[in-house]
Structures are given as structure tokens and as C-alpha cells.
Design a protein around this ligand. Structure first.
Ligand SMILES: NC(=O)c1ccc[n+]([C@@H]2O[C@H](COP(=O)([O-])OP(=O)(O)OC[C@H]3O[C@@H](n4cnc5c(N)ncnc54)[C@H](OP(=O)(O)O)[C@@H]3O)[C@@H](O)[C@H]2O)c1
Length: 406
């Protein structure tokens, strides 16, 4: 049996405090820093992953006690050394492949240096994350009655590893896209690449708010540490697939916008009676797609660097989606801010979304009506002014100026 390992880390400082109750007595930034001095450890054993083909695999979670924020604040080489130490633990345990989760796949060159420094295969899991995110977005669009060909799709973090692969796949399929990130030159590079690959023009912007104003469907995949989507940014009835960890969408959205659907992208059901040996906030037998990619490769006996670096091979996204299906991995039901969404809740969101979109459309029509009336009345006034001016010109042309008369 092939075995796998997957590296996990606390997403926020609060996650460390939850794990170590004594930490509650200390300030969070202190706890966050103190934890970063702890060595990586075997967090749990994973048992019972059983493919639909009957093949089995098991593995380990390796815990790196580093919050997302510290991945950016500590020197990059130090962070990468820590991840290499995790991969070496996996190697010693007998894993044939190790997967990188959340910020461990974002830091540095997205796994390349880590792979060079270990003897076992390394994968970021990003190919299956792309496949699962797109499946989720289309499932939700269909459920809420949207035709994805009739609205641009916004990709926040569109120039990143996951975002750019999503963009290239969607552009191939003819969808209209708005890509947002901070660095314009990366976005422009991708825009030209997509044009060359598909002939399609995509819009790019360095303003997330601007991107959100143009799209009803949104894929949020930035590596931002804090929320980048606030309640007022979203169009009426928008659907947001938030793949990012930490989340890109502010919790406020759930409290204030009952007409939008925000769900966690990249959650999948794992086949078999799987026991992860620890609680990472998901219902039983569900995992992140990046974890699942590592399991699929172990089941398929493909102990290879399947997804590495920021330039994903889009054919591999299709391949891993096929392999996932073969082994019985499925998209999980939709969850929003740690809560499963029932069919009734989805119906209610769909109804409110339709109502808000109708109201917004009627407001737009009224505004357009008012604007055209204003334009019509302005042009009447302008015409009258012009006529008066022409009359005056004609007068000055026929009546000589007073001093000329003199
Ligand atoms: N759910 C899952 O199963 C799963 C699996 C893997 C990864 N993830 C998560 O997915 C996210 C993206 O991963 P990745 O590997 O694609 O990362 P990446 O390659 O580093 O790309 C990040 C993208 O976000 C943009 N960005 C970063 N900060 C931003 C900000 N403040 N405002 C706007 N854009 C910003 C970056 O461009 P600029 O730097 O130019 O802004 C880039 O386009 C991460 O949060 C990661 O943890 C989730």
C-alpha cells in the first residue's frame, strides 16, 4: 500500500490558542510567535481511505506550528527550511508522497525548492483544487439559476497559481473574465497569454472592488492574509466560491448580505470510512481538494510531483478530475462560514437573489430613463441656446459693430 503525508498549519493565531488551552492566558501575537519556535510534529494518522476500485491508502498529517501571517513575516528561507523538515518527517515515516497545504504551497516557488530537498514526491494539490473550485462554482450557478455565459466571472488572485489555471481553463471554454490582483504586470502577462492561447480578450484590474462590480460569479483565490471582499462590494445576488485560506470574504458578508451565496471552495468527500485522527473543521469524511490530490496520487500509484510551481498544466487539472472520479472522490455539499447549507437555505438565497437582481435591474432602468430624460431636456436646452447663439451670430454678421458704424 502506498502511504502519503500532508502538511497542515494553523490558519490563524486563534487556531493555536484553540489547540493549546493554556495559550488563552497570553496575548495572541505572543502565542503566535512562541509557537513558531516549536518543531514540526506528526499531528495524526489518517486511516481508511478506500477507493471505489478497492485500493486503499493511509497516511499522516504533519503539523507545522506556523500561522499564515508568519509565513510572510519570517524570512522566506527559514519558512522553507521548516517545510523541508516536515517533508523529511514524512519521508522517515515511509510516505511515498507529501502534499502541501494552504500557505506551505504559496510561499516561495510553490513547492519546487521543497521537492529538490526531499527524496519523496511533493505536490501542492493545486490541480485538484482548481478542478473542485470550478465544479463547485458551476454547481452553485446552476442551483441558483445563473447562466455563466451571460455574466463575466471575476477571479480574485487571477494571476496566482490556482487563479491563472482557472482563468486559462475558463477562457478556453469561452467565458468572459475579469481578473484582479495587485501587480498589473503579472495580470497583463496573463492577459496576453490567454489571448495567444484562446484568442479571447479578458479584462484585468488591480482593483478588487472594480472586478466585483462587473461579475455575478466570483472565484476568490488570493493569498491575502485579511479579507478582501466586504459586504458592499458584491453585486445583488452574487455567488462567491471562496477557495482561499485564510478566507478572502469577510464574515460580515454572511451577517449583512442575505441575497448572496458565499461558499467554501475546494471541499470534497473522501471515499471509504476515513478517519483523519484530528478535527480540521470539516464534517466527517470531507477534506480539502489539495489533501485529496495527495490521496488520489497515492491510490493511483503516481508518486510524482504532479502539481509544482505556479504555472500549472491545465491538462493535468482534467486528468486529476478524471482520477478523482475513478476513485470515488466527490464534491462535498456546500458550506458557508463553517456551516453546511441545506436545500431550503439555498432555495431562500436563490429567491432573495432573484428579488434583489430584479430590484437592481428596475433601478437601473429607472436611472437610465431619468438619464435619457435629462439628456433629452438638456439637448433641447442646448438646441435652443445654439439657436439663440446662431441668431446672435447672424445679427452680428449683418449689423456692424457700433464703433464700425462710427
Ligand atoms: N481550498 C483549498 O483546497 C486550497 C488549496 C490550495 C490553496 N488554497 C488557498 O488558495 C489561495 C491561493 O493559492 P495560490 O497557490 O494560487 O497562491 P499564489 O500563487 O501565491 O497566488 C496568489 C494570488 O493572489 C494575489 N494576491 C495576493 N494578495 C492579494 C491582495 N491583497 N489583493 C489582491 N490580490 C492579491 C496574487 O497576486 P499579487 O501578488 O500581484 O497581488 C496572486 O494573483 C491561498 O489562500 C491558499 O491557501 C486553498
Amino acid at each position: 500500500m502506498n502511504r502519503f503525508a500532508f502538511i497542515i498549519h494553523p490558519i490563524e493565531a486563534e487556531d493555536i490558542a484553540r489547540k493549546f488551552p493554556a495559550a488563552r492566558w497570553f496575548p495572541l501575537p505572543w502565542v503566535e510567535r512562541a509557537a513558531s519556535y516549536l518543531p514540526p510534529l506528526v499531528a495524526s494518522e489518517i486511516k481508511g481511505v478506500r477507493s471505489a476500485t478497492g485500493v486503499e491508502t493511509e497516511g499522516w498529517f504533519i503539523g507545522l506550528p506556523l500561522s499564515s501571517r508568519l509565513f510572510f513575516e519570517l524570512p522566506e528561507t527559514r519558512v522553507i527550511e521548516k517545510i523541508i523538515r516536515c517533508a523529511r518527517i514524512a519521508e522517515r515515516l515511509g510516505a511515498g508522497i507529501v502534499g502541501l497545504g494552504a500557505m506551505t504551497s504559496v510561499v516561495g516557488d510553490a513547492g519546487i525548492t521543497i521537492a529538490r530537498n526531499t527524496r519523496i514526491a511533493v505536490t501542492t494539490g493545486n490541480s485538484y483544487t482548481v478542478a473542485a473550485a470550478l465544479q463547485g462554482l458551476f454547481w452553485a450557478a446552476n442551483r441558483l439559476g445563473y447562466d455563466p455565459h451571460r455574466t463575466p466571472i471575476a477571479i480574485l488572485g487571477g494571476s496566482g497559481s490556482i487563479g491563472s489555471a482557472c482563468a486559462r481553463i475558463l477562457a478556453r471554454q469561452g467565458y468572459d473574465l475579469v481578473l484582479a490582483a495587485r501587480r498589473r504586470e503579472k495580470l497583463e502577462e496573463l492577459r496576453e497569454r490567454i489571448k495567444a492561447e484562446t484568442g479571447k480578450d479578458v479584462l484585468v484590474t488591480t482593483s478588487i472592488k472594480e472586478a466585483l462590480q462587473q461579475a455575478d460569479l466570483v472565484l476568490a483565490v488570493t493569498s491575502a492574509l485579511d479579507a478582501v471582499v466586504e459586504p458592499g462590494d458584491l453585486r445583488p445576488g452574487a455567488i462567491v466560491c471562496d477557495v482561499a485560506r485564510p478566507r478572502n470574504v469577510s464574515k460580515q458578508v454572511a451577517a449583512v448580505r442575505d441575497d448572496v451565496l458565499v461558499f467554501e471552495g475546494g471541499a470534497v468527500e473522501v471515499p471509504g470510512e476515513v478517519d483523519f485522527g484530528l478535527d480540521f473543521g470539516f464534517p466527517p469524511r470531507q477534506a480539502y481538494a489539495c489533501m485529496a490530490e495527495t490521496m488520489i496520487l497515492a491510490l493511483e500509484n503516481r508518486l510524482e510531483p504532479f502539481s509544482l510551481g505556479r504555472d500549472l498544466d491545465v491538462d493535468k487539472v482534467e486528468e486529476i478530475a478524471r482520477l478523482a472520479e475513478k476513485h470515488g472522490f466527490r464534491l462535498a455539499g456546500l458550506r458557508s462560514f463553517e456551516r453546511a447549507l441545506s436545500e431550503e437555505e439555498l432555495d431562500r438565497v436563490a429567491e432573495r437573489a432573484r428579488a434583489r437582481r430584479r430590484a437592481a435591474a428596475s433601478l437601473r432602468r429607472d436611472a437610465q430613463g431619468a438619464t435619457s430624460q435629462a439628456l433629452a431636456s438638456r439637448s433641447r436646452q442646448e438646441q435652443e441656446q445654439e439657436q439663440r447663439a446662431h441668431g446672435a451670430e447672424a445679427l452680428t454678421a449683418t449689423v456692424p459693430a457700433t464703433d464700425t458704424v462710427k
